[in-house]
Design a protein around this ligand. Structure first.
Ligand code: NOJ
Ligand code: CA
Length: 699
């Protein structure tokens, strides 16, 4: 154990500079000091180069003296940890958790209050959090704001989302830090809720790259009982300050000591692959709290879903003109309702025929006539099916075919209502054998004034996952706050959307081709995403000649996404009839696993490209996905990840020579080659394209 610090005493001023901590590989160093007013600061270097310059730490507490100065350092404790753990589902079967740690124990002199700050330094980054230890002068208290600074050393390239308290469903904007300005972005792009009152506020995870090629990512881990951290940019000084999402009356967090805040994380590397493959966020969460996890299973699913997004059918049974009758069964059907018993059986048949695990059905329950735009408190009861959806017949049929049904609970933001019904909703799932639920939070939160990213909602999302675990049900949340690794603690929180998903391509300007090359560096660091890939009919004019919308992709790229977008819950999102037309390409979706032994990030550049190879959890087979942005590129792949001395049949699904996301998106070719670990492959990716490969061991 290292002993306390070095005291530098000048004539009248005393600055306390504590001993620094380095990463296990010695590349990252964190320093900590108290200045002459007792204000805490930290700074971070990578290979001796400043990454985060002196940045202040602390809080503003409501009705109490500010908690960011007048501190003295009482003691410092160091430790080193090197352990490993096994995720229930994951990108790899074993995760190493290796770091050097230091805790600074601080005492605020005048107020006689205590604050501890712990830093963990990993090979790929730094994490720190505040702890309010039990103490007599600080029991129940209100955080007016957290004042954590990230004072960066340069005007880096940055991929940012507007700091909307209610939604992350935006495309990324790529600029310099000095150019961040929400006024430059079309905030009407999509269904964003625009809870925005600061043109320099952005969201985390924030992915950056310095001019000299250092990748830096600011995020947070283990957001539990605390609001989401957004970031206020000081664009002149390349500095960000934490901006906690408020509640309805502007308070940030109601806390009771002892309390530890989420971890603030800064990932740093000169190799982008270290960031995209990092397990730091998961590592910073509490270990699994469930004794029995045998019921948590990966799932590949199809569902009555895309057909509503493309306008072929509707969620509602009777059309919104019947909204006033929505609660009664006296509805006049429009004839376009998607979630009928018959249609569900069609999806079940398709799922069973092609080896899927599950079927999701949206629009099965009463209320959809009235769900959008009115933002009423009582819209859904989560238990009453429409008259043309026979829940018993459907679930019996699914069971006879070995298919699991996925429940859908859209709340339309009415959280008070959902909490009232939650146990009844979960009981219904248990009664009919649904192992998973997809939740949804479209619209403003009811009660009014709460934001999707505020403390109350963070608690709600985590509570639903915990309560569902009591019923042995897995949760996939849409429009929730973005995950920060809670799936380590509650692995039944199997996936979330919490970013702009593929659905936006059906009915908005969509997601530019670079979108999927950024998400793994941002949203996916916190946990799996239900992106809903696998769209084969790419242009919406297929459904309606007048439509201009399209998925910004080639067909081959849609296959690659099953590998590049890690999730143990993965949808084949297109319609059965579309897959039937391209069964040779569909074979990849049938073959690709969703739970892995090992993952190797072969090539990575945020905003440009990503190539990942993963080994199936239950066999010797490998799968590879390579994607590019709007630029065509050649991916040169060394197959040395394959087991030495083994032979594999590689089935390569790639863009044809004339493929192009805009002009010719559905043109692909499939070829078979025999390869070994000594082979190399050259993949030609079209503009907005990709390639997918399955490597089957030849025995
Ligand atoms: C938005 C979700 O992201 C989408 O998947 C769902 O279909 C609709 N809400 C309706 O719940
Ligand atoms: Ca959504």
């Amino acid at each position: 154990m290292k002993k306390l610090s070095l005291f530098i005493t000048f004539l009248f001023i005393q600055i306390v500079v504590a001993q620094n901590v380095t990463s296990p590989n010695n590349k990252i160093t964190v320093n900590f000091k108290l200045d002459n007013t007792g204000k805490p600061f930290y700074w971070v270097s990578y290979n001796q180069k400043a990454i985060v310059k002196e940045s202040s730490l602390g809080f503003l507490l409501k009705d109490l003296p500010s908690f960011d100065s007048d501190f003295e350092l009482i003691k410092q404790e160091n430790k080193s940890v090197d352990e490993s753990w096994k995720p229930v589902l994951g990108e790899q079967s074993i995760i190493q958790n290796k770091y050097n740690q230091v805790t600074y124990f601080l005492h605020q002199k005048a107020s006689d209050r205590f604050l501890n700050i712990t830093f963990k330094v990993y090979d790929e980054g730094v994490a720190f959090r505040y702890e309010f230890p039990p103490q007599k002068n600080l029991n129940y208290f209100i955080v007016s704001d957290e004042k954590t600074q990230f004072n960066l050393a340069g005007d880096h390239k940055v991929f940012w989302l507007p700091g909307d308290y209610d939604s992350q469903e935006y495309p990324y904007t790529e600029t310099k830090i000095s150019e961040i300005n929400l006024e430059k972005v079309d905030l009407n792009n999509g269904i964003a809720l625009k809870s925005i009152n600061n043109k320099y506020r952005v969201q985390s995870p924030l992915m950056m790259k310095s001019d000299d090629g250092i990748y830096i990512n600011i995020f947070e881990a283990a957001v539990v009982n605390y609001p989401v951290m957004h970031l206020n940019a000081d664009i002149k000084n390349f500095s960000f300050t934490s901006s906690l999402v408020p509640n309805a009356i502007g308070d940030k967090a109601y806390l009771q000591a002892p309390f530890t805040t989420p971890w603030r994380t800064i990932m740093i590397s000169n190799d982008a692959r270290d960031i995209v493959s990092s397990k730091m966020i998961l590592n910073l969460n509490e270990p699994c709290k469930l004794d029995d996890t045998s019921w948590i299973k990966p799932m590949k699913y199809v569902g009555i879903w895309w057909e509503m997004h493309v306008g072929k059918s509707t969620w509602d049974y009777a059309g919104s003109q019947n909204a006033q009758n929505a609660a009664s069964q006296d509805l006049i059907p429009t004839g376009k309702h998607g979630a009928t018993t018959q249609n569900t059986k069609r999806y079940i048949d398709f799922a069973a025929k092609h080896g899927f695990d599950g079927v999701l059905v949206e629009g099965w329950n009463v209320g959809w006539e009235d769900w959008f735009g009115n933002w009423k408190e009582d819209v859904f009861d989560f238990t009453t099916p429409y008259p043309d959806f026979d829940i018993k017949e459907v679930t019996d049929y699914a069971k006879s075919k070995g298919i699991k049904m996925i429940m859908h609970n859209e709340t339309s933001g009415s959280v008070s209502n959902y909490e009232r019904y939650l146990d009844r909703a979960l009981e219904l799932m248990k009664q009919y054998g649904y192992p998973a639920v997809k939740t949804g939070y479209v619209g403003r939160i009811i009660p009014r004034g709460e934001y999707h990213d505020g403390q109350a909602m963070v608690k709600h999302f985590n509570f639903v996952a915990r309560r569902a675990a009591d019923f042995k049900i897995m949760v996939n949340s849409h429009e929730s706050s973005r995950p920060t690794g809670y799936s380590r603690t509650y692995p039944n929180y199997i996936a979330a959307e919490a970013a702009r998903g593929n659905e936006f391509n059906a009915w908005s300007v969509g997601n530019p081709p670079m979108h999927e090359t950024i998400l793994p560096f941002t949203r996916l660091l916190g946990g799996p995403m239900d992106y809903t890939p696998g769209i084969f009919e790419i242009k919406m004019s297929y459904y309606d000649k007048s439509k201009k919308e399209q998925v910004h992709t080639t067909l081959a790229k849609q296959l690659a996404l099953y590998v590049t977008m890690y999730s143990p819950l993965q949808m084949a999102a297109d319609l059965p009839e579309n897959y039937e037309k391209y069964l040779d390409a569909f074979q990849f979706i049938k073959d690709v696993p969703v739970d892995w032994q090992e993952s190797k990030y072969l090539e990575a550049e945020p905003g440009d490209y990503l190539t990942v190879a993963r080994k199936d959890k239950n066999s010797e087979n490998w799968f590879l996905g390579a994607i590019t942005d709007e630029n065509a590129r050649q991916a040169k792949i060394n197959l040395d990840f394959l087991s030495k001395g083994k032979k594999y049949k590689a089935i390569i699904y790639q863009d044809s020579k004339t493929a192009d996301w805009k002009e010719n998106p559905m043109s692909y070719e499939i070829k078979n080659v025999i390869v070994t670990s000594k082979s190399k492959l050259m993949l030609n990716l079209a503009k907005g394209g990709g390639a997918a490969i399955s490597f089957e061991e030849i025995k």
